[in-house]
Design a protein around this ligand. Sequence first.
Ligand code: AMP
Ligand code: GLY
Length: 423
Amino acid sequence: MKVLLIGSGGREHALAWKLKQSPLLTELFAAPGNPGIGECATLLSLNTDDHAAVLSFCREADIDLVVVGPEAPLVAGLADALRAGGIATFGPSAAAAQLEGSKGFTKDLCARYDIPTGAYERFNNAPKAKAYIRQQGAPIVVKADGLAAGKGVTVAMTVEEALAAVDDCFEGAFGAAGAEVVVEAFLDGEEASFFCLSDGKTALALATAQDHKRVGDGDTGPNTGGMGAYSPAPVMTPDMVERTMKEIIEPTIRGMAESGYPFTGVLFAGLMITARGPELIEYNVRFGDPECQVLMMRLQSDLLPLLNAAATGTLDRVSAEWSDDAALTVVLASKGYPGAYDKNTPIRALPDPQNGAKVFHAGTALKDGQLVATGGRVLNVTARGASVGEAQARAYALVDAVEWDNGFCRRDIGWRAVERERG
Ligand code: AMP
Ligand code: GLY
């Protein structure tokens, strides 16, 4: 099969690396890709915002499957345009991508299908939001309704903090995203990420992971896109996985189909495991980054038939096998991230591990033959091990072999699971 992969991050490098191992693959293209992806795919200078150009490339090159990595092209309708042109595509339609793009859409679906999630109200003015908060009491969660680059959420432990967050939103701290505010019940428990594939009718559970959103050790400092992850998430016992499928994922897939927006692609559920069981915090309509890197490191099955089955409505004919090993990834980022950072700083040496480990590229580029860091999150040093502790030790040994003066990472990725393993 000839495959075109859309995207340029560590997530897409992990997908390309895994697709490249498929005996069914005849040729892999990527747009725009990065130097790591370039080791396993032919990179194209194709403007992925130009849907007609992507479609005509697919027709000329006889592409059998397009795999869309990030959410932006999905929200922009790339999958719709390709499917309308007869090209099998892994990734949801723009309408189905509302599961990520609109908190209101997802909450309404949860209400209609009785999917466990925090109770919430929407407000477009401060006095009503504040009255509701005073009535509900703390702890309580205040969210700017629109996409605010992960910064629009305040988990308030006191009523005063929640009232101040309402003022921040309506005074423009999050721009247009804060024009509407969602006030949501606080969910107490441990967070986990759950991934499954869907072809619009069937859902296939993949695996679980835990991310580290804060920039600093001990989960301190500002939120980021994710500083490291591991899989599996120990809090997701087989019973919790079964309940998540039955109580959250299956009703979502059924609800989307019944609403006329069948969901095809990967559904990434952000869960809170509470005393009552799994509850939905949010959906994403793509693989997590860096969660995808640890998933690909643990997946034993061929990835290509799985993605193809999701894209072609045949998911009930496939299954996925996973290594019992744990996998862990450490994100190396440019000093200053998630704030301002220098660009084009040289990466002088990278380890090239062979077995059960890999350094995935995210924000890198080649400038006159020199590998340089061009993004905030730059490298994902990923390793497998019999335990999270073992995977962690291997990953950090590889991190120490990276020669990049302007890079930094957290030194405690996996700490929760490692503490559990130590008992
Ligand atoms: P979100 O952008 O909705 O994923 O929220 C960002 C983070 O805020 C989540 O990863 C949680 O850590 C926290 N959070 C969001 N909603 C809730 C909630 N209802 N209860 C407790 N924590 C929450
Ligand atoms: N790492 C979190 C995300 O991809 O949204």
